[in-house]
Each structure stands twice: as structure tokens, then as C-alpha cells.
Design a protein around this ligand. Structure first.
Ligand code: SAM
Length: 205
């Protein structure tokens, strides 16, 4: 009987937390649709696939861009990646507050990813992976270009950049030449369906 009660309390708490996430996300979307880029958080399936590509060896850090309510962060933790290896960057002050409440052990930096080098200037550990849910196709061209040129400058040579997009077409020219596509995977269980792309960043010639 006691176990049944505890289970029901646990389920209630779980549903409430997921509901909280969705409410926070939709509120932010209504405030700023272009920087959110989606009306709904990523599905657990999409988050799990994104997280499966993150490299966590040799004391390297993983930097998450556009962490939002933390669905991808949670997938990385569930994969066994320690919280101290993750740094989240998020530009929406409301979502930063939401994220801090739900992930107190993860360092979250409130700021714009186009100032990546500045935001990470105090970090001395090597950054092996950047995992991003930034809506690059709906941000301005100028901001997207700044972000894409900032990424190679902070990643270790041959570091990994993981990004999803709702643009399912093959658009090789979207990224600068330094970005070499290593893997891609379509994820249908998401609203809308998405494509995960994993790039190796080649050293500048
Ligand atoms: C599509 S949502 C993804 C949120 C969450 N990671 C997920 O997968 O559900 C994009 C997130 O990127 C954030 N964002 C947009 N532009 C940004 C920028 N220039 N710098 C940092 N975060 C940004 C938004 O506030 C939003 O939380």
C-alpha cells in the first residue's frame, strides 16, 4: 500500500516537472519566437540521440548551446556524463532561471552564443564537444555566422559539433568548409521531425 502511494506521488511529481518544462518553453516561445525556433521542447528520443554523440573522455568538457529547459542536458546525465563536465549556455533569462532550479549541479552561463569565446574565457579545460539546439535557421544571418565562426575557436582540434535542425534537406553549404559532416540521423519522433548532424571541426589551414 505504502509503495503504491509513493509510486503515485512520484508519478505526480514527474508529470508536474515535465508540465513545468513545457509551460516555461511555450512562455519563452510567445515572448521570442525567433530565438526559440520551436514551440515545443525536443522529444526525449531526439535528446537521447543528440546525447549519444557527445564525447566524454580525457577530462574534456561538453558545452551545450541553447540549453532551454534542459531536455538534452538530462539525456546527457542519463547517459552517465558527470554534471561537472557540462557547461550550458542559454540566452533567455527566464529559461536560465528555470534551468538553474532543475540542474543545480550544472554550470549555466546566461549569454548569447555569438560571444562564445568571451563567455568561456575563464574555462581552462579542453572543450571536446559542442552540442547545440540553437535555431540557426531562424536566427539572423549575422548572428548565425558569428556563432559558426566562434565554435572552431573554442573547440579542441578535431572536436565535435552536434546540431539538430528541422530542415531535412541536404544543405551541405550551410556550414563553413571547416565543418566536416561525420554522421547524420533523421528523428521522426519529434514535433516536427528533425535531423541530427554531427560535424568534426577541422583545423584552419
Ligand atoms: C529550439 S530551443 C531548444 C531548447 C532545448 N535545448 C530543447 O532541445 O528543447 C532553442 C534554445 O536556444 C536558445 N537561444 C537562441 N538563441 C541563442 C543564442 N544566440 N545564444 C544562446 N541561446 C540561444 C533559446 O532561448 C532556446 O532556449
Amino acid at each position: 500500500m505504502k509503495i503504491k502511494k509513493q509510486w503515485s506521488e512520484f508519478k505526480h511529481c514527474l508529470t508536474r516537472n515535465q508540465h513545468d518544462d513545457k509551460v516555461a518553453f511555450v512562455k519563452s516561445f510567445l515572448k521570442n519566437p525567433k530565438t526559440m525556433g520551436a514551440i515545443y521542447p525536443s522529444s526525449k528520443r531526439l535528446a537521447k540521440i543528440m546525447a549519444s554523440y557527445a564525447v566524454f573522455s580525457q577530462n574534456q568538457l561538453i558545452v551545450e548551446l541553447g540549453a532551454g529547459t534542459g531536455v538534452i542536458t538530462q539525456a546527457m546525465l542519463s547517459r552517465g556524463i558527470p554534471a561537472e563536465r557540462i557547461i550550458a549556455i542559454e540566452s533567455s533569462p527566464d529559461l536560465v532561471e528555470h534551468f538553474r532550479m532543475h540542474f543545480p549541479k550544472i554550470k549555466v552561463i546566461a549569454g548569447d552564443a555569438s560571444h562564445l569565446a568571451e563567455l568561456l574565457k575563464n574555462e581552462i579545460r579542453p572543450i571536446g564537444t559542442i552540442i547545440s539546439a540553437l535555431p540557426l535557421r531562424s536566427l539572423s544571418k549575422e548572428v548565425t555566422e558569428r556563432i559558426l565562426s566562434a565554435i572552431p575557436a573554442v573547440l579542441t582540434p578535431h572536436g565535435r559539433y552536434i546540431q539538430f535542425t528541422y530542415d531535412l534537406r541536404n544543405n551541405a553549404r550551410f556550414y563553413p568548409q571547416q565543418y566536416q559532416l561525420a554522421y547524420k540521423k533523421l528523428v521522426w519522433v519529434n514535433i516536427p521531425p528533425a535531423k541530427v548532424e554531427v560535424y568534426t571541426i577541422l583545423p584552419q589551414e
